[in-house]
Design a protein around this ligand. Structure first.
Ligand code: BDP
Length: 716
């Protein structure tokens, strides 16, 4: 009985709220149980003074009230009028009084338009915490950062934080269709309720904006890259305008995907040729029409001549012609064109990994100033692991923006708990060697390597209308982490995991430490049980759910897994060295020679760049076959240990989210074994070698795995 009571009391202390469906994301604002800390915060913030009355300042005040009431308790009164009360004051530089501004000294010279300053000081015995910036949106970012300090239980006694985003365009790409299905979406339907817009403003839109602003995301592309021209009709633009109005106070601009053939489909023209005067005029008029409704419209994202989408090449023109024509239309209004480099063609028989570079690099320097080329992180397609895209090291005169996928098309969709900032970090830290050692991708993206003015980063959203937004509470961390890295691409995944866990779940060390470790290891786990040692694109057809290394019957060779793994009786892997496709030549010589040489090629990319014998000796002395099989097993073991970790932290997590993650980890475990068994049984036909000791016996036959069908798998 006593033991039960102790456990009960203990749990009350650990779990801040009993029912939690995860809707509030990392903006939980849990009541601070630690009384000393709570009293300290209360005494430092006795009074709230907003300076200025723009919408951004108003939403900042609302956020502060909501958060402080949550964390400090409802007895906390946020607006006392005692003139000696310790004060939290927030407003932009131009609205501050002279004596407050003086206290901030030169800090304004250190920030850009979206940056913020948080500083504490005392004047005549009265304490101030001031949050400021050059703009009210900068102030709002400061407010959210201040709240993060409180949520993660940090001291607010001696504050001096000066911070600015390092990348200009920080956008989510929603692959959302107008019928509310989401391409590669695994968290329900689209959150955009087009049918009820513009009159019905779902409160979710506001919470979406709050969440994005809290991590510094400043743009959203509302619709799918496989675009529907209807979004550009007045009927839909009115709806887009309503969303833009909701997002504006939060510093979020709206962008749309532009279907290249829109002048024909909705404009009644006979052509969409980018050099045709009527087409040029049509886009100019369209831009004018959009900006009349949405003066701060961000611009267009375009997928052209890629996977069957229309583009300038349909008219014998090229990417420069297409992108610059649209850029000219947007230029008078300050809009930009994000032109995607995700191209590969069925008519091109060269290695798919080479095609985007081959097509785009010759155009370096030819795009207009308001065009930025959006490049996926790797040269194939959002695989669990890819080397960085060679374009990042090859276009010094063209702004390049990063495209990461937050939604897990190829990484277990929303059931597998994978912490993606680990992947993003790996890519951003990769060295292109374009200007010698240290020319890392992060420097290409933030513009510092070549002094680029226009900089950007996009994340393909994992958001849907599921109550917890991402279909799996753990995957909220990927939205969060993308935003944090968009703000500062030099951040470490470790830091991001820790702050997210503290904000989202608990500050208890016994929770944070093990779960952080679980998150940080989760990428390696999925790589190991799906595509170890540089394998890639061996998932099932269409929906990409589950393994399909045997698939060889699709109409385009580069859609088939066998094209990528090239397993045969001699060995496995794609030779991309000079003896093979020579894709390595697209990297700087230092990088190319490292990848070309079996001695120096990192083993994580081994089968990406080399076709090696089943008997090849890995660095640890194992044969390739044994090593590969053991990696598959290691991935499975890792998921087993994730399940174990999660069970251990049960006392610190509310029941609802605990159970959800627990069930999802069970699915992940089952599917990790499915991947292992299916892939090993398939490859074994070629290696003709037995499974090494330590690898569990497959649970089913290869025929069974090959027979599985998932006609209604989501996101397809
Ligand atoms: C692939 C997806 C496809 C997208 C395409 C793209 O399978 O649904 O349309 O990328 O990025 O990964 O355009």
């Amino acid at each position: 009985m006593l033991k039960k009571l102790i456990v009960f009391v203990f749990c009350l202390v650990c779990i801040d709220s009993v029912a939690n469906n995860g809707y509030n994301l990392w903006l939980q604002y849990r009541f601070i149980q630690n009384e000393e800390l709570r009293l300290n915060y209360q005494s430092n913030i006795q009074k709230l003074i907003p300076v200025g009355n723009t919408e951004s300042i108003k939403v900042g005040l609302e956020e502060l009230k909501r958060a402080l009431n949550g964390m400090l308790g409802s007895e906390f009164l946020s607006e006392t009028h005692d003139e000696y009360a310790n004060t939290l004051l927030f407003g932009s530089e131009e609205n501050l009084s002279e004596d407050i501004r003086i206290q901030l000294g030169n800090a304004f010279n250190e920030i850009n338009d979206e940056g913020f300053i948080i500083r504490s000081f005392s004047v005549k015995g009265k304490k101030y915490i001031v949050i400021s910036g050059k703009t009210d949106v900068g102030v709002l970012y400061g407010v959210f950062n201040f709240l993060k300090l409180l949520q993660t239980h940090q001291s607010i006694e001696k504050l001096n934080i000066v911070d600015s985003p390092k990348i200009k365009i920080r956008v989510l790409n929603h692959w959302d269709n107008l019928d509310r299905t989401v391409e590669r979406g695994y968290a329900g339907f689209s959150i955009w309720d087009w049918h009820r817009l513009p009159d019905y403003i779902d409160p979710r839109y506001i919470d979406y904006a709050r969440a994005n602003a809290s991590i510094g995301i400043n743009g959203t592309v509302l619709n799918n890259v496989n675009a529907n021209a209807l979004i550009l009709t007045p009927q839909y633009l009115e709806k887009v305008e309503a969303l833009a109005n909701v997002f504006r106070p939060y510093g979020i601009k709206v962008y749309l995907t532009a279907r290249f053939s829109a002048p024909i489909e909705i404009g009644g023209l006979k052509t969409a040729d980018p050099l045709d005067p009527d087409v040029i005029k049509w886009w100019q008029d369209k831009a004018k029409e959009i900006y009349a409704r949405i003066p701060d419209f961000g611009g267009f994202l375009v997928k052209a001549n890629s996977e069957g989408q229309p583009g300038p090449q349909n008219y014998g023109r090229n990417h420069v012609d297409g992108a610059n024509m649209l850029a000219n239309a947007l230029d008078p209004f300050g809009g930009i064109v994000m032109w995607r480099a995700f191209v590969y063609s069925e008519h091109d028989t060269t290695d798919r990994a080479k095609q985007a570079y081959t097509e785009f690099v010759p155009y370096d320097g030819q795009f207009k100033d308001n065009v930025i080329i959006q490049v996926k992180n790797g040269p194939i397609d959002f695989q669990p692991r890819e080397p960085f895209h060679p374009m990042f090291g090859a276009m010094p005169k063209t702004p390049l923006m990063m495209e990461f996928q937050i939604t897990q098309e190829y990484l277990g969709q929303s059931t597998h708990s994978v912490f993606l900032p680990k992947l993003y970090e790996e890519v951003l830290q990769s060295d292109t060697y374009r200007k010698g050692k240290g020319s890392i991708v992060a420097k290409v993206i933030d513009g510092t390597l070549d002094n680029k003015r226009l900089t950007g980063i996009a994340g393909v959203s994992n958001i849907g209308n599921d109550i917890n937004w991402t279909g799996n509470p753990m995957l909220q961390a990927n939205w969060y982490g993308f935003g944090r890295l968009a703000w500062n691409p030099y951040l470490h995944a470790d830091t991001i995991a820790e702050e997210w866990l503290r904000e989202t779940f608990s500050n208890h060390e016994d929770f944070v430490e093990p779960v952080k470790e679980m998150m940080l290891n989760s990428l390696e786990a999925v790589v190991d049980y799906m595509t170890p040692l540089g394998l890639h694109h061996i998932m099932a057809t269409g929906h990409h759910y589950g393994p399909g290394p045997w698939v060889s019957n699709l109409s385009r060779p580069e859609w088939n897994p066998v094209y990528y793994h090239k397993a045969d009786s001699l060995g496995i892997g794609f030779d991309r060295t000079p003896t093979g496709s020579n894709a390595t030549a697209q990297y700087a010589p230092e990088v190319a020679s490292k990848f070309n040489n079996l001695e120096t090629c990192p083993e994580k990319y081994l089968l990406w760049f080399h076709h090696v014998s089943w008997h090849y000796k890995l660095k640890n002395g194992e044969t390739l076959w044994d090593g590969m099989a053991l990696k598959y097993q290691e991935g499975v073991n890792q998921v087993a240990s994730m399940r174990y970790t999660w069970k251990q932290v049960k006392p610190y997590v509310d029941e609802e989210r605990f159970n959800e993650v627990d069930m999802l980890l069970n699915i992940q475990y089952k599917e990790a074994k499915w991947w292992r068994d299916a892939c090993l049984l398939y490859f074994k036909q070629y290696s003709k070698m037995p499974l090494p000791k330590g690898v569990e016996k497959p649970t089913q036959t290869l025929g069974y795995f090959e027979s599985l069908r998932f006609p209604f798998a989501p996101g397809n």
